[in-house]
Design a protein around this ligand. Structure first.
Ligand code: XMP
Length: 516
């Protein structure tokens, strides 16, 4: 395995992800716990992450000395390179002293010498694109090191001590903007550390099942199911680990898609035999949404009410020791501000935050290290039906944030029909899996139309479809015009209350994926 020492970079999890992609198991340990993790894991190699800290600053984090004494291969990335250089006798100077402001973004380096890290990938004299993000830099490397690649802003773009198998990159190989980064990391774990690359998601599943058993003991776990892929995979995994110590609660807030509740019931209750409580809470949600049209007010009400319903059900079950959630890594980074300072709230995300403290429950979050596509692989590993595994994300506040303005049951019913037609067309055209998320919205605007000899005066339906890798940025899906015309015709003909259809051509940013 590989031990990744985390100095607080926002992209440390991406290092773990690339290592997983190379078929090698890794664990991330914060620098303060790295020594303990080192003894426990007995890794075959070490990666030191980047950091928002500055090596020359007093009190900035250091790697435990034992890592350097261990004789294991080490790859230092950005801050990792700097801290390694400093600790092994080199020098790092802050950006303001070296007279430049550092490098941020795309850069090109030139390979000056072959080394094991570049093996079969980069050769001497070649230029390659990398992603830099640093203010400080190494100004004197440590004894034993030599330069193997250089760039204008970072003379020590890559340094190596091949004898000790130490490598340092000033750039970030873990991000996609370094096109060969994944392969460099694979070279490190395969060729430098000598690991086979035979680790799979099946092994991840076994590790997590053991961890869940250990964490939960004979405690009781309650899981809020949304029917989305994340909470479904979390629930199935936890059920495999602890069986009927798990109870799932599915809240039908009346803001679900067509037949969604039935699908969830049949999958979990009938197929997986997981204890499932379905709460019919449509009335109270509709009552609470009455007269509310501000997006944040809707989100806050739904989030709060959801917690209230959930808490009532948990109490009816006699309480629980743990709350299970399908939190993914992007949820973790989106909710933690990088600088520690206040970050701007674009949308109040819906989750059951606050509940664990109030009910004195601990969290079980077995997917916290994974990205969406990895969760899908894990879902397949758990035998989850392809229809669920490949499902588009659906927001917690449901249709309420796809009905700008006031939400009523009637409008939800109209939207459900339009949305189902749109998705059916997408599936029939074989496009569902090529799209990250596609849905209809119902606008609070009426326009005039003509059907037969009659004047109509009905609502406008918007269609949205985007591609994305993580929901943080998104591009519009380029349907051909004929496809959209077909959807528009069907929706206007088949859904009473809609007489016009428009397509949303906004990417994210500047738009968001959902309309509210
Ligand atoms: P936005 O609209 O912010 O959405 O571009 C990004 C992704 O997040 C989903 N989304 C939510 N998911 N609770 C969720 O569980 C929420 O409150 C929520 N709001 C947006 C959205 O569907 C998209 O996939």
């Amino acid at each position: 395995s590989i031990l990744i020492v985390d100095f607080g970079s926002q992209v440390t999890q991406l290092i773990a992800r690339r290592v997983r992609e190379a078929g090698v198991y890794s664990e991330i340990a914060p620098f303060s716990l790295a020594e303990e993790a080192f003894h426990r894991m007995k890794p075959k190699g070490i990666i030191l992450s980047g950091s928002p800290a500055s090596v020359p600053d007093e009190g900035s984090p250091r790697a435990p000395q034992i890592l350097f004494d261990s004789g294991l291969p080490i790859l230092g990335i950005c801050y990792g390179q700097q801290v390694m250089s400093q600790q092994l006798g080199g020098e790092v100077r802050p950006g303001h002293e070296t007279g430049d402001g550092g490098e941020f973004g795309r850069a090109f380096l030139t390979v000056t010498k072959n080394c094991a890290l570049f093996d079969g990938l980069w050769a001497e004299g070649e230029r390659h694109q990398v992603w830099m993000s640093h203010g400080d830099k190494v100004t004197q490397f440590a004894p034993g090191f030599e330069i193997v690649a250089t760039s204008d802003g970072a003379p020590f773009a890559v340094i190596a001590d091949e004898k000790r198998r130490y490598y340092g990159t000033q750039f970030h190989p873990e991000v996609v903007h370094t096109p060969d980064g994944g392969k460099l990391l694979a070279n490190f774990v395969h060729k430098v550390c000598g690991l086979a690359g035979d680790w799979t998601m099946a092994a991840y599943r076994d590790t997590k099942i053991a961890e869940i058993r250990e964490q939960v003991g004979d405690g009781r776990v309650i899981c809020g199911l949304s029917g989305g892929v994340d909470s479904s995979v979390a629930a199935i995994l936890i059920h495999e680990a602890i069986g009927d110590q798990l109870t799932c609660v599915f809240v039908d807030h009346g803001l679900l898609r067509l037949n969604e509740r039935e699908q969830v019931e049949s999958l979990f209750r009938d197929h997986y035999n997981i204890p499932l409580v379905v709460v019919d809470a449509e009335e109270r949600f509709m009552a609470g949404l009455d007269g509310v049209s501000d997006p944040e007010k809707k989100r806050k009400f739904i989030g709060g009410e959801f917690i209230a319903v959930f808490e009532e059900e948990a109490n009816k079950l006699g309480g629980a020791d743990f709350l299970a959630q399908g939190t993914l890594y992007p949820d973790v980074i989106e909710s933690v501000s990088f600088t520690g300072g206040p970050s701007v709230t674009i949308k109040s995300h819906h989750n059951v935050g606050g509940l664990p403290e109030r009910m004195n429950m601990k969290l079980v979050e077995p997917l916290r290290e994974l990205f969406k596509d990895e969760v899908r692989v894990l879902g397949r590993e758990l035998g989850l039906d392809e229809q669920f595994v490949g499902r588009h994300p659906f927001p917690g506040p449901g249709l309420a944030i796809r009905i700008p303005g006031e939400v009523t049951k009637e409008r939800c019913d109209i939207l459900r029909k339009a949305d189902a037609i749109y998705l059916e067309e997408i599936r029939n055209a074989g496009l569902y899996d090529a799209i990250w998320q596609a849905f209809a919205v119902l606008l609070p605007v009426k326009t005039v139309g003509v059907m037969g000899d009659h004047r109509t005066y009905d609502s406008v339906c918007g269609l949205r479809a985007v591609t994305s890798t993580d929901g943080m940025t998104a591009d519009v899906y380029p349907f051909d015009a004929g496809f959209l015309t077909g959807c528009a015709t069907r929706i206007v003909n088949e859904v009473q209350g809609i007489n016009r259809v428009v397509y949303d051509y906004t990417s994210k940013p500047p738009g968001t994926i959902e309309w509210e």
